[in-house]
Design a protein around this ligand. Sequence first.
Ligand code: ISL
Ligand code: CA
Length: 589
Amino acid sequence: GQSPQWWHRASVYQIYPASFKDSNADGIGDIQGIIQKVPYIASLGVDAVWLSPCYESPLVDMGYDISDYRKIDPKYGSVEDIETLIKELGKHNIKLLMDLVVNHTSDQHAWFKESRSSKDNPKRNWYVWRKGTKETNPDGTFELRPPNNWESLFKGSAWTYDELTDEWYLRIFASEQPDLNWENPDTRKAVHDDMRFWLDKGIGGFRMDVINMISKPEGLPNVQVTKPGPYQPAHDLYCNGPRIHEFINEINTQVLAAYKDIMTVGEVPFTRDPEVVRKYVEPARKELSMLFQFDIVDLDTVGGPGGKFHHVPVTPHMLKKTVTKWQTALSYSKGAWATVFLESHDTARSVTRFGDGTSKNRFKVAKMLSLMLNSLMGTVFIMQGQEIGIANYTADIDLEQYTDIETKGLWNEIYAERKWKSGHADPDMSDVMQQVRLKARDHGRIPMPWRHGAKNAGFSDADKPWAPINTDVAECNFSDQDKDTASVLNFWRNMLQLRKEWSDTLVLGDFVPVDIDEGPVFAYKRVGASGNGVLAVMNLSNEEALTWQSPADMKCDFKLIKSTSSVENAEKMVNVSGQAVKLTLHAYD
Ligand code: ISL
Ligand code: CA
């Protein structure tokens, strides 16, 4: 196989620019703010930063709607600021990964403005335009119907009608996010050129937004009806489409190959088959370094009758099973690399979702999850704030303060449906509110609580930051954790360092399940090429104390790591050579 690249052993810190640090008191985080915090980022021991989009954007979807790929939105700074950031991070050997959002642009992008201007504009075919149908009602009025029954991921039809030319354009996300037509070679070439613009500045690579959606099925057929209502989930049709591997291989060989040591991570929603994933990441195929797939972070979401805001309780066994599924399907020794993550700007906070919600156990849960992430195979991604065990917004933050387009879309859809069904002007939405508190994307975007007692927790000097500061800053902030050797923050720092020291085992080694049964204890070995290993044992329950006995045939030369061991590395390494292990594990141990 391939010899390890820098990104195999790397850990990556995700920065959501609007919420990291505001340097000029306008209430929005910015690139100068990130530059101020470079020493902090370096203190974590990460190797790369993934910066969520800060390109020119009307911010309908917080920057995932880009109107110019070569400009930085003045709210965040300038291209020069990015150059400075690359240089400052570089002093600490940290690379910068940019977000590449090219399934769609903003409707304010010059390409789309041209495309929509007329049917014979040279850029018409850069987007996906189709005729709809017109249905006449018995009373003579008529309704326009979109070209097919696909549902948008932000709800409603996946098509928007444009009066000017009497056609519809495809937009899987918001109306202001028209999908690019990747079938057109000119479109692809323009995207490639925009990628080179950033590669020439010395970035370390790209995170590629919904990259598995860029190849649409021929003929854009209707999807099978699976739920009531006119529009149907169609991701099985537009994800991992017919030309997807060709397009990605083209990016790799025509663009990336000319640069040294580039890392790519593709986001692939709705992709749960390891064989499908493997195709994107096998080195010989020259596609991507690694992928984000969502089996684990969607555990409490998928399968509910109404999608994201319907509750699916997560049991320890579900987590054990799903982690094991991916850890055994892909591995360094089998030549298919992976990512390890529990949070992003699209998820709520892991301590809230996977913990018991009490402040007593909050930091124990955070350390236990850190232990799990850091003892798994793959490149670790940390969402800003995760390293201090940030939790979701508290119940003191009410609905009006949630701003995310997805949160609003889902809420309004359920509200309208209930109103229609019950005939009540104000249907009961308390269960949905509970789900918003648990799962809304807003929680991943909470402004960073740098210091307790400072204005806006040290995030911004503005009177009103763009998103609310959480109300639990006294309990959870960076400066207090920095000083506390037993904090979540220092646990992360130690684990990231340990991961480096033991990378042959902890990063590249094989995952060997030990206890993946129904019980609350999750145990696995990581075995490196030399045969040495680490035994990771976690109590995923809040049972005060329980005993766990390793299988008799476990006897071998292993080091044991536990999340509640002291932060000193030496003490985390309990040598269990030649004996079966019996442990008393405490809650979230
Ligand atoms: O967030 C989701 C579910 O809660 C996903 O459906 C999400 O929209 C999907 O993973 C795609 O995410 C990416 O593309 C979107 C953008 O809104 C997300 O922030 C981005 O990460 C459109 O660009
Ligand atoms: Ca600012």
